[in-house]
Design a protein around this ligand. Sequence first.
Ligand code: NAG
Length: 254
Amino acid sequence: MAASQSLLSLLLFSLLSITVSQSIIRMPSDRKTRNADDDLYCASWRLSVETNNAGYWTNLPSRCGRYVEHYTTGDLYFSDSEVVASDSLAFARTVKIAGDGKDAWVFDIDETLLSNLPYYALHGFGSEPFDDASFDEWVDLAEAPALPASLNLYKELKQLGFTIFLLTGRGEYQRNVTGKNLLFAGYGDWERLILRQTSDRGKSATLYKSQRRLELVNEGYRIHGSSGDQWSDLLGFAVAERSFKLPNPMYYIQ
Ligand SMILES: *[C@@H]1O[C@H](CO)[C@@H](O)[C@H](O)[C@H]1NC(C)=O
């Protein structure tokens, strides 16, 4: 009895000292991963890239690697995506659906409907230069999970009667695995999956996506909403009535 009591006190004492020392001394791993100056700078950097103030950028600033990892693997990324989805839905509910099947919504795929975080977690969260070959291998697995907020939005838009177009920078050769991945992640019943053709080689994403949207407009579709993690999903011509920018501090596509 006495022995177990002193064991308990020892245990409590150790726990207490750990708690006390943690609150006074920052753990070495903590010092390495988080730095108040970097956190402050990187939060401002993120605002700048998300608003497109920064314009074109390639690799993220080296001091922001840990910050982007923390952001994308933590709650904030999901919370930000939820707010984007709820703003999108609030707008979608104001749209009068004519019932002729021409009320459209355009979705991008990567980092919009599907999340490639399992891939980027193994490749520095955007701090490594983009590698086509290894990314294509990942795409071929067709195992990217849905971004949960977008999956819910997608289902709500279907319910409201929108016709859904998927407009992606992925190539035509990836049609099968892309369809397979979308089904695996829970998406279905899209009207058309639009991928880059060989004739689109060399075009900026902004031009390619604008041209495809214009084709839809010429077919009589009314593009009410567009969702994408890149400004090149949303800008250009034949733009949607409202565009919704999802967060992506890992890479920028022109
Ligand atoms: C992919 O190709 C296979 C074999 O041709 C076919 O059975 C399957 O339905 C295709 N999947 C999709 C999503 O298109």
